[in-house]
Design a protein around this ligand. Structure first.
Ligand SMILES: [Zn+2]
Length: 408
């Protein structure tokens, strides 16, 4: 006997290559032992639902999807950059803001000064905001520490968020986020510190699921990123990359060279870069929140990504400097309105393809044998999730077979 069966649902399985959204109308999903036991049309059930499962949930025609996955965030940080936003709108330049102690270093300084408990509290608050919109998995990057002590503190805090809440947290080491001022005349020394001290220490404590870097004129070169990725690969840690966000620095090619799980941003990626990603099987993670907040005009090459059949994921990029966004629903809408994704592509971007961007094979679609993490929505068309701005149609969230949000 199954634990639970959801009946009379519009089941958007999000499996590729079948009906749009992999949808089954008048469908049912059965859960047992934290896994999906059965998915299909009601008419194919062999007995009455009450004879098949202990709990029967009638969805009344409403939408069921995989629990959403936010595959690119910088969730753990301290400090407040809203004053900087205000100053910028009043005409103060980035340069003057940085000189006055603003910019990324203000977040680094605040995060270094924060206690681990503070970071856990802040991370839980943000994670709960995301969960309230149906998110069941969040990728969390470090990178506001830039020293051993703080990078460990951030990734321990991320781990604690996943321990205290039913949400799944994937932890990514982003020591190569920006060059800390202590090393401004010693880039080699900072890379040595990352490769020889910080990364091995984090790995020893079991705090890293992936390694990320920022390849950009204002951050690290392709050669520097390659050095870091060679070390990560030798340690058996998968890599991903902030690539081609502000200029074509060949980031997509670097990601491809190391068979990265994903290359993220990609506004300036060339046709050659896209081709390399396709050959390497990298997922393209698009981040419309940062594009919007920075008022960028160069869009990622969506048409080329489609042509090369590259899996496209989308994410909040939640961070205090360039994408202060905690709503994956807003990102679904932005991906459609700003980047021209279809609502189906957008939803695949926070389910099936977001799982691929994190290397999570048991999440992202509703199929027998996969983890029973799913969301029930008070809408009757999957496109509704990308359509509306504001409001929250989530009715229920089940993670690993356990209901964690049940609306009245
Ligand atoms: Zn980012």
């Amino acid at each position: 006997m199954w634990d639970t069966i959801l009946i009379n649902g519009l089941i958007a399985t999000m499996t590729a290559g079948k009906a749009p959204y992999g949808a089954i109308s008048d469908g049912a999903v059965a859960l047992a032992g934290g896994k999906i036991a059965w998915v299909g049309a009601m008419k194919d059930l062999e007995k009455a639902p009450a004879e098949l499962a202990r709990d029967v949930v009638d969805c009344g025609g409403r939408l069921v999807t995989p629990a959403l996955i936010d595959c690119h965030t910088h969730l753990i940080f301290a400090g407040d950059r809203s004053g900087e936003f205000e100053a910028r709108l009043a005409g103060t330049s980035y340069e003057d803001i940085a000189k006055a102690g603003g910019g990324i270093m203000s977040t680094v300084n605040a995060t270094r000064a924060a206690s681990e408990e503070d970071l856990v509290r802040l991370g839980m608050m943000r994670a709960q905001t995301m969960m309230a919109e149906g998110v069941g998995t969040i990728e969390v990057k470090s990178g506001y520490g830039l020293d051993l002590e703080t990078e460990i503190k951030i990734l321990r805090a991320a781990t604690a968020v996943g321990g205290n809440l039913p949400v799944r947290i994937e932890r990514t080491f982003l020591g190569a986020h920006t060059l800390p001022p202590e090393f401004k005349d010693n880039r080699e020394g900072y890379l040595d510190l990352l490769i020889k001290e910080i990364m091995p220490a984090l790995q020893k404590e079991g705090l890293i699921d992936a390694v990320d870097a920022y390849q950009e004129g204002i951050a690290f070169s392709g050669e520097e990123v390659s050095r870091l990725f060679e070390a990560a690969t030798a340690m058996g840690i998968p890599v991903k990359l902030h690539a081609d966000q502000l200029s074509d620095m060949g980031g997509a090619a670097t990601a491809a060279k190391f068979k990265a799980l994903s290359a993220d941003h990609l506004e300036y990626t060339s046709a050659a870069g896209v081709k390399a990603m396709a050959e390497a099987g990298c997922v393209a993670v698009l981040l419309p929140g940062a594009f919007y907040f920075l008022k960028q005009t160069q869009k990622p090459p969506v048409e080329l990504l489609r042509k090369h059949k590259i899996a496209i994921a989308i994410a909040t990029d939640c961070n205090p400097g360039t994408s202060p966004v905690m709503s994956l629903h807003l990102i679904l809408n932005m991906a459609c309105t700003l980047f021209g994704l279809t609502p189906e592509e957008a939803l695949a971007g926070v389910t099936r393809n977001a799982a691929a961007a994190l290397g999570l094979k048991n999440l992202g679609t509703l199929e027998a044998g996969k983890t029973a993490s799913l969301a029930l929505w008070n809408v009757e068309n999957p496109a509704a999730l990308a359509y509306a701005i504001g409001g929250n149609p989530l009715e229920g969230l089940i993670l690993d077979g356990t209901p964690v949000i049940v609306s009245a």
